[in-house]
Design a protein around this ligand. Structure first.
Ligand code: APR
Length: 240
């Protein structure tokens, strides 16, 4: 049975008005990215980091899925059980578009996580006030549910699983700076990368200059504008 692995990143939600990370010069809506996205920053100033995630959570409340989210949600429905969608995004726009089986590799904004039992619970768009109690174990020390630099990302186990099970890889709107897409693309005979901008490879061992050179197809467009080209390749692959 042919299966598809999708890895999406911030570029997928860019057309919905959510800023990407590496187009912002280390500042994200006025916050120092390294401080708010690292365990070091969290240890130094929990209040600063918490206020950052509270703001992020509030700003996604009125964000709407764009054309690409909708096409990807339909793709999941069309080939039910044959699409593994792994996203690095912590927003809920794929779910708002109707997707049901998305794996959030870097966590979710709309949940909080207990620091004692590590279980998550839904908070929606509400700010973390400090008065939360874990509904699973009663502990009062809870945190945002977003993976930081310096800690493990347990959901990464699904990356290897998807590489094993799937035979088409689609990378959408990720610079590959955190999850290197080159070794993933190399593991696939069939692959598509969607990005309006060519991204340079970073390793001195990469013989090629641009990430897209490792892929079978490069659709150099914004995600929303790339969907028809992508679906033509996907349908040809799945039905061929
Ligand atoms: N459509 C598709 N791609 C786009 C669009 C668009 N409309 N706009 C920008 N892009 C591309 C950029 O050219 C870039 O290659 O999306 C990519 C975004 O890259 P990053 O900002 O690095 O985002 P991402 O790869 O998701 O970052 C990975 O880094 O800080 C961490 O945990 C955070 O999950 C995040 C991870």
């Amino acid at each position: 049975m042919k299966k598809i692995m999708i890895l999406s990143g911030a570029g997928l939600s860019a057309e919905s008005g959510i800023s990407t990370f590496r187009d912002s010069d280390g500042l994200w809506e006025g916050y120092d990215v390294m401080k708010v996205c690292s365990t070091q920053g969290w240890i130094e100033d929990r209040a600063y980091v918490t206020s950052f995630y509270n703001e992020r959570r509030a700003t996604i409340a009125d964000k709407e899925p764009n054309h690409a989210h909708k096409v990807l949600a339909n793709l999941e429905k069309k080939y039910r059980g044959r699409v593994m969608h792994l996203t690095q995004n912590v927003d809920n726009l794929l779910e708002k578009a109707g997707a049901k089986e998305v794996i959030h590799l870097h966590g979710t904004l709309t949940d909080l996580r207990c620091e004692a039992c590590t279980q998550t619970f839904h908070v929606g768009y509400a700010p973390q006030t400090g008065n939360e109690v874990c509904p699973h174990c009663g502990n009062k020390r809870v945190r945002h549910n977003v993976v930081m630099f310096g800690e493990a990302a347990p959901e990464y186990v699904h990356i290897q699983q998807a590489i094993k099970e799937c035979s088409l890889f689609i990378s959408i709107g990720t610079s590959g700076a955190v999850i290197d897409v080159i070794p993933i693309a190399k593991a696939f005979k069939h692959s598509i990368i969607i990005d309006p901008k060519r991204q340079k490879t970073v390793s001195m061992y990469d013989p090629k200059t641009y990430i897209d050179e490792y892929f079978e197809h490069f659709i150099q467009k914004k995600a929303g504008e790339a969907m028809e080209d992508m679906m033509a390749i996907v349908d040809g692959f799945m039905e061929g």
